[in-house]
Structures are given as structure tokens and as C-alpha cells.
Design a binder for this molecule. Sequence first.
Ligand SMILES: C[S@@+](CC[C@H](N)C(=O)[O-])C[C@H]1O[C@@H](n2cnc3c(N)ncnc32)[C@H](O)[C@@H]1O
Length: 338
Amino acid sequence: MSLAPDVFTYVADLVQRRAGIQLDTGKEYLVESRLLPLAQEAGHARVDTYVRGIRGIERPADVQAVVEALTTNETSFFRDGSPFTALADDIVPALRSRPGGLPRMRVWSAACSTGQEPYSIAMTLADAVGPETSVEIVATDLNQAVLDRAAQGVYSRLETNRGLPSAMLVRHFEADGTSWRVREDLRRQVTFLRHNLLESPPFGGGFDVVFLRNVLIYFDLPVKQAVLDRVLTAMRPGGYLVLGAAETTIGLDDGWERVPVARGAVYRALTGAAGTTSPVRPFLPTPARAPLVPTPTVPSPFTTTGTVPAVVPSAAHAAFLPTARPSHLSAPVRGESR
Ligand SMILES: C[S@@+](CC[C@H](N)C(=O)[O-])C[C@H]1O[C@@H](n2cnc3c(N)ncnc32)[C@H](O)[C@@H]1O
């Protein structure tokens, strides 16, 4: 049973307007399979009649349900490995070398899905920073259902088996029936908030590090550029952006310079919240490495789009973390590619 063309066009336009997600022709099957449970729940045997029923009114609850159903929430602990090694080995030392050191570190895990990414960041920082640094991790997603799961911090064996080193499992999780629950001290370090990347970051800005991984791939070029521009306004000058392995700022936004670590997925903000040029130099070379030289960026050929709503105050909290450092951060961590 195939989706009527007018229904697919409407859904693709809705998801593009509300979430920036691009659904090209050929994704009719995806739309139909993701929306069928919603249609059935609403008493419709077919997706066509369900969508035609909601499209005139566009009630917020219906729109949210449709948009959430069309997000892809694939994730895993320490996904792709090297960004977390770079966080511990390169980014934290570079931030610590700034004048005044690193008394406070603010990290944003944007598009965090079910929480494996922010908890992986928290586990990494538990070893990479000392008690002199308070850490705040703000984790956001458009999809409330995945955020609710993330905040619970309960993962099946299948999920913990994907990328979580057993030493980390033993240290940071406790058994919960046949599942594993993130220990309270780690859970308390992460604040989960609903946020749409099409809107301004609503948590006070000043981030030292932003993880924005495996979500730009769903956007078209103007949306990617608008999101990168917006993230830049949330950064401290000289802060670090970590993208997915298949994503880049190059050719999209010249506010960033590429830092040659983590298979090219790390970028440094040339300006920050106030649009000021960064007063700090890039990475200090760590003893075992050659000096790291930023890769030149290419000026953007695209125009910024999107609106910029008001900023609301931070809801994040700080936590002090221990100093010991596990060997797994120096070795590639088993990740999974998309
Ligand atoms: C593939 S997951 C990536 C999860 C994690 N960052 C990782 O790399 O493992 C993409 C996430 O982006 C979220 N997303 C999609 N569009 C979004 C938007 N406009 N604003 C915020 N989150 C969005 C989805 O809900 C989904 O959870």
C-alpha cells in the first residue's frame, strides 16, 4: 500500500519546516512505516487518511508526534571512539592551558538521542578533568520520547554491549533487572532539555565544547549553515565543536577552523558568543604528539536562514569530578558507524 503523493509532499514539507529534516522522494516507505503506528493509534487503517485528518488543523500534539516519528535516533556509547579520546587527550588540555585554567567546563551534547552520547562524555570527563574543574553537561534533542529515556538512564544489555567498555560498565552502572542503570552520581551531571536546533540555544551559551554529531546529515545546506551559525553564538571564543565522522563545517561556515584530531571531526570556534575573536591559541601539543596546526577553512558560499528566538537562562548544574584516567581513553574504543 503506497502513500498518496499529496500526503508524502505534505509530511516532507512539515518535517522540513519544523525540524529541518530533509525527506527526499523515495522515502515514502519510511514515512508510511514510521507513521502507521500513529495512524492506527488514532483509529485509522491507513496513513493517508490519518495525515489528511491532521493537516488542516496542525494541532501541536499531532505535529510533534509526526515529527518525532520521523527522527532517526540511532546512537551508541562512545560512538566512533576517537571524539572521546580527543576530548580527553586534546580538548581538555587545550582548554586547561587558557589563562585562568579550567575552573568550569560547559559541554552541550546537541541532538543527544537516548543519552548514550552525554553519558559517554560524562564518563570521559570523570577521568580527564580534576576536582578543580566543575563540569556541566547539557544534553538536548527535539524528540521528547528519547529525552525521557535518556533521563531514566536505563539501558538494555544489547545497548551496553554496543561500545561501552566493561570497566566503565562496572564503575558507572548498576544492575536493574536484566538492564543496567547509570549510577546516580553520573546521571546528576547531565541535564536533559528539549530543544530544536532550528531555534537559538536556550541555555545561556558560553559552551567550551559542543558535540553535534550525526544530525547535520539530515539537513539541507542552508539549514546546516544556519545551525552552525547558531551553535557558534553559544560557544565561548576558542571553544570546540565535535561533529560526526561524515560531517564538516568546511564550505558551510567560516566561523570555525578544523583541528586535525579525531579523524577531522573537531573544529574550533574562531569567534564566540559576543562575536569576539578568540584570544587563545589552538591546541597545545601534548608531549606524545607533533604540534597541531589548524587547517584553513573555506569561505561560505551560502546564506544564513532561520529565525532566532529569545534566549532563556541556563537550567544546567555543576558537579565535581575525580581525576584518575583509564587506559581505554588512549586506545580506540569500539564504536559503530552509521
Ligand atoms: C542519529 S541521532 C544522533 C545521536 C547522537 N548525537 C550520536 O551521534 O550518536 C540524531 C538525533 O537528532 C535529533 N534531531 C533531528 N532533528 C533535530 C532538530 N531539528 N533539533 C534537535 N534535534 C534533532 C533526533 O531526534 C535524533 O535523536
